[in-house]
Design a protein around this ligand. Structure first.
Ligand code: EPU
Length: 359
């Protein structure tokens, strides 16, 4: 290694000494798949000022960068030859309130489910259907998280960002975010362009319960709930999720690996003539969403297990990494997802799309 290079590297690291900068750092504990990939540099930032300082440093300017939240929606397929910046901004603040609603501003680094529990304690309604979703607040708007009949966009007020190239800060309203099913402007035009630093949600003080999702209604019935409450809905959602979805602390996974595809009604008719039991949910005039989990199960993949990885036995949408069997490389899981994509195309003529970000 040339002397100037070594000096330059240590000057960069010294200048950023107030921040934790690590080298050749394993990301195994920072992604819910539990993939043991390394990054050349790793930094955790606890404030907007730290993010801006880091963005203007040579460490970030001269290296590929990746912004990491809770690591619950990524598949690492190789070591990362650049800098991973973990957003650690914490804090919850009641920004405004009236008799019916309150605005709560939350740091992007707050854990999503811990935030839901905090809302239950404070009697703030709106996020109870989104209980137990892994990941951090900052990632929630990226893919407009959704479950059991509710999507984030229904409670979203605004968010704050820092632009990666300029360091400028900008606010985005609900309309600015272009929210759609598992989608937002941050997965499209603004992909890799900015870092979400805080999210403000508009929560209800007088709850409007949403139990329209069939499985949720059934679970509440099974639990014998007579008086609906946000706590009862959260308990029911947690119970369904625990029965269907693997706990990342035990079996590595990133939740749904694929999105549910939206197909034309003519395609639906064609599929229905062969598979009359296929569930379907109309989304807009002429188009219907069908469950990818059903297609993958029908194609015979549910519960398929290879050496250290496979398709989950209770929910075919979820690909898993079994640590007890030695675990898998991210590239093995990626290859499995490729094979499934091709198989579903061949068997049903339907194109699946990954929900998880492949790095
Ligand atoms: N289904 C199967 N086999 C399977 C999985 C599902 O036949 O292996 C069928 C079910 O029987 C049901 C239908 O598919 O008729 C829907 O299943 P489920 O209620 O489990 O929901 P999903 O469409 O498979 C979506 C979200 C989940 C979310 C649930 C509940 C996507 C990609 N996934 O799954 O989100 O929890 O609805 O709202 O939209 C996530 O994003 O990580 C996630 C878990």
């Amino acid at each position: 290694m040339k002397l100037e290079f070594v000096l330059c590297k240590y000057l960069i690291l010294a200048r950023l000494a107030t921040m934790e900068i690590k080298e050749n750092y394993s990301l195994k504990k920072l992604n819910t798949f539990g993939i043991d990939a390394k990054t050349k540099y790793f930094a955790t930032t606890d404030s907007v000022d730290e993010i801006r300082e880091l963005l203007s440093s040579d460490l970030l300017k001269n290296n590929p960068k990746f912004i990491l939240g809770g690591g619950s929606n990524i598949l690492l397929t190789k070591d990362f030859d650049g800098t991973v910046l973990k957003v650690g901004l914490l804090g919850k603040e009641l920004a405004d309130e009236d008799d019916d609603n309150c605005l709560v501003k939350v740091g992007a680094g707050e854990n999503w489910h811990q935030f839901v529990l905090w809302c239950l304690e404070n009697d703030y309604a709106g996020v109870e259907n989104l209980s137990l979703i892994p990941g951090n607040m900052g990632a929630a708007p990226m893919q407009n998280i959704g479950a059991y009949g509710v999507e984030l966009k229904e409670v979203f007020h605004e968010l704050e960002t820092v632009f990666i190239d300029s360091g400028e800060e900008q606010k985005f309203t609900n309309a600015d975010c272009n929210f759609a099913y598992r989608d937002s402007i941050f997965k499209n035009e603004l992909k890799d362009k900015c870092i979400i630093t805080s999210v403000t949600l508009k929560l209800q003080k007088k709850p409007v319960f949403n139990t329209s999702y069939g499985a949720l209604e059934q679970e509440l019935g099974k639990m014998g709930v007579k008086q609906l409450s946000i706590k009862a809905i959260s308990d029911a959602v947690c119970s369904i999720r625990r029965s269907k979805l693997p706990d990342p602390a035990e079996i590595g996974n990133a939740g749904s690996f694929f999105k549910n595809p939206v197909i034309s009604n003519s395609k639906l008719q064609e599929l229905n003539s062969e598979f009359s039991d296929m569930p379907a949910y109309p989304v807009k005039e002429g188009f219907t969403k069908i469950p990818a989990g059903w297609l993958i199960e029908k194609a015979g993949w549910k519960g398929k297990r290879f050496n250290g990885y496979g398709v989950h036995e209770n929910q075919a949408l979820v690909l898993v990494n079994y640590p007890a069997s030695g675990g898998a490389n991210g590239s093995d899981i990626f290859e499995l997802s490729e094979t499934i994509l091709k198989d579903i195309q061949e068997k049903f003529g339907v194109e699946l799309e990954r929900e998880v970000n492949v790095i």
